[in-house]
Design a binder for this molecule. Structure first.
Ligand SMILES: Nc1ncnc2c1ncn2[C@@H]1O[C@H](COP(=O)(O)OP(=O)(O)OP(=O)(O)O)[C@@H](O)[C@H]1O
Ligand SMILES: [Mg+2]
Length: 308
């Protein structure tokens, strides 16, 4: 942990220690807190100079959006759940899939490889903040690229906790961290589920497989038992729902394994359209955005219940 340190600007630092901007400025210049001239404050320094009881830094709720089956709506739900949450909260979306679909929906330029930062196979771990990109107000993205596919074999025990370690310095900065998981089992997914506090499972209602859901349930149980007892299952979100189906029967099947969200994500053409245009959903279709706002509200409610 010693090699990670978050840098705050003046406003963020004031918020972190729980003072208003003016009080904070007075305090840091009186105390000559390192950073008072440059306006950049290291978290470790703030912790030394300020009472920790003042701290109002967030401890993020980390949500893995996961289903080992392909095309269930993991990226879509990660993206627009993050967008909806960012209307009221600071959100980081982690693209944790070597396909980098979420990344390519926003960024066209060359992306530095997250693999150079994680400390895998003899590399030194580095602070990942420089590769985080801002997408819109309150909405940041940790991009991915194909090199993440090299995260295959655990050589040391720590290799299961690379993502968990990497985001530790960010947990005071974001209220919600959403992880878009890959459609596969293995070390990449294990890193996500070990890092996460909660898991949300998108299930496509069009090509529905109860066997797939049972397999997924078993994977989650195994991770909970062996690696991450903190991991809580928020539930399954039915996606691409088209109304004509017997939803009750479908939900009953899923409910044998998972709690099912009341919010159902409708199948809407504007979703692939927004993705093709590299646009936020709120700029394309407010009705569909409303659907994701409902999901965000339900997610927040469930997390509140878990925490209290
Ligand atoms: N509710 C929806 N309405 C219409 N199209 C949707 C909806 N949800 C997802 N899609 C489309 O279905 C396709 C697969 O969705 P998505 O990429 O989100 O799945 P995924 O689980 O992330 O896939 P992968 O396993 O490959 O990562 C995409 O083309 C997406 O635009
Ligand atoms: Mg995806």
């Amino acid at each position: 942990m010693g090699n990670f340190d978050t840098i705050f600007d003046l406003e963020e630092a004031a918020k972190f220690v729980g003072l208003d901007l003016e009080d904070f400025q007075n305090r840091v210049s009186n105390l000559k807190v390192p950073g008072w001239k440059t306006g950049e404050f290291k978290q470790s320094i703030l912790l030394k100079y300020f009472e920790s009881s003042n701290m109002e830094g967030f401890d993020s709720s980390v949500i893995a959006v996961s289903n080992q089956k392909g095309g269930e709506g993991k990226t879509t739900i990660s993206l627009y759940l993050a967008e909806a949450l960012s209307e009221n909260h600071k959100v980081l979306l982690i693209d944790w899939d070597p396909q980098a679909n979420a990344t390519h929906l926003f960024l066209r330029d060359e992306i530095p490889s997250i693999m150079d930062y994680l400390g895998y196979r003899g590399k030194k771990s580095k602070n990942i903040e420089p590769i985080i990109r801002n997408i819109s107000n309150n909405f940041d993205l940790l991009p991915s690229n194909l090199e993440l596919a090299n995260l295959t074999t655990p050589y040391e025990r720590d290799d299961f906790e690379l993502l968990k370690e990497a985001i530790l310095p960010l947990r005071s900065r974001y209220e919600y961290i959403i992880i878009d998981c890959p459609p596969s089992l293995g070390l990449i997914l294990e890193n996500a589920l070990i890092c996460a506090d909660y898991i949300l499972v998108p299930i496509q209602t069009r090509a529905f497989s109860l066997q797939g859901i049972k397999d997924l349930y078993e994977t989650i149980q195994k991770i909970q038992r062996k690696a991450n007892q903190r991991l809580r299952l928020l539930g399954a979100v039915l996606n691409q729902y088209e109304g004509q189906k017997a939803l009750a029967g479908l939900a009953e099947g899923v409910k044998k394994y998972f709690p099912v969200f009341e919010t159902v994500i409708q199948r809407r053409e504007s979703i692939p359209q927004a993705q093709a245009k590299m646009s936020l959903l709120s700029k394309i279709d407010l009705t569909t955005m409303k659907n994701f706002r409902e999901l965000a509200t339900e997610v927040k409610g469930k997390i509140y219940v878990e925490k209290n």
